[in-house]
Design a binder for this molecule. Structure first.
Ligand SMILES: N[C@@H](CCC(=O)N[C@@H](CS)C(=O)NCC(=O)O)C(=O)O
Length: 218
């Protein structure tokens, strides 16, 4: 059976989230690593908005939003119950956290990371603004080992790439100084086997290459 094709960019937190979802669902796809400076015509034909990740299913359907790719994959198989579909309260809580991450935290993260491009406020101001969400995550981690439960769920995997990016902006400033539980959570997740697999390096895709698969050679 033809595999779905994932257009991805290793360092993009949205693409990381999609790769994590696919790996956690043990869903094999053909991986096409791209560079944002020269997006392949095949990707743009599938998704003219030009963001990664893009998943093109075997039936030609296109999913061009990272969270939807995670949800699609986990709907095929969810051996670790990451979607928590039996627990509407947890599902709601996860949806809320992910929306906050994507809509509120991410814009502050971008300003904090590229403060020189946003001279209206200082980098310290942007740190403070971004910290509101981190304080909330720290409180969640006071209740359980992961964001909504004792084991990682959808929200943990959807959010961790962005917290990783935040922590990497200023390596002199340890995340653990202000957010000790979040720092331990981050370390735990990014050192996990699944995250390491999601960060595997691929050469930039070219139509002449033989296909590379997310789960390895078939
Ligand atoms: N809402 C989209 C956002 C994806 C996104 O913005 N990806 C960035 C890379 S991190 C991108 O492709 N930007 C296009 C560009 O820089 O040309 C999703 O969740 O998939």
């Amino acid at each position: 059976m033809a595999l779905a094709v994932l257009y991805t960019f290793r360092r993009c937190p949205y693409a990381m989230r999609a790769r994590l979802g696919l790996l956690l669902a043990q869903c094999n796809v053909e991986v096409r690593e791209i560079t944002l400076k020269a997006k392949p015509a095949q990707m743009l034909a599938a998704s003219p908005k030009g963001t990664v990740p893009v998943l093109v299913l075997a039936n030609g359907e296109v999913i061009a939003e990272s969270l939807e790719i995670m949800r699609w994959a986990l709907t095929q198989a969810d051996p670790l119950d990451l979607l928590c579909q039996q627990s509407p309260v947890i599902e709601d809580k996860m949806a809320q956290l992910i929306t906050q991450n994507d809509q509120q935290f991410k814009p502050w993260l971008d300003r904090y990371k590229y403060a020189d491009r946003y001279p209206e406020q200082t980098q310290a101001d942007y740190y403070q603004q971004a910290s509101h969400f981190l304080t909330q995550l720290e409180a969640c981690l006071g209740q359980h080992s992961f964001l909504v439960a004792e084991t990682p769920r959808l929200a943990d995997y959807a959010i961790v790439p962005f917290i990783r990016q935040f922590a990497a902006v200023d390596l002199k400033r340890a995340l653990s100084d202000d957010f000790p539980r979040l720092a331990a959570w981050l370390e735990n997740l990014i050192s996990s086997e699944i995250f390491i697999r999601a960060m595997e390096k691929y050469v930039i895709w070219d139509a002449s290459h033989s296909p590379t698969c997310l789960l390895g050679d078939m």
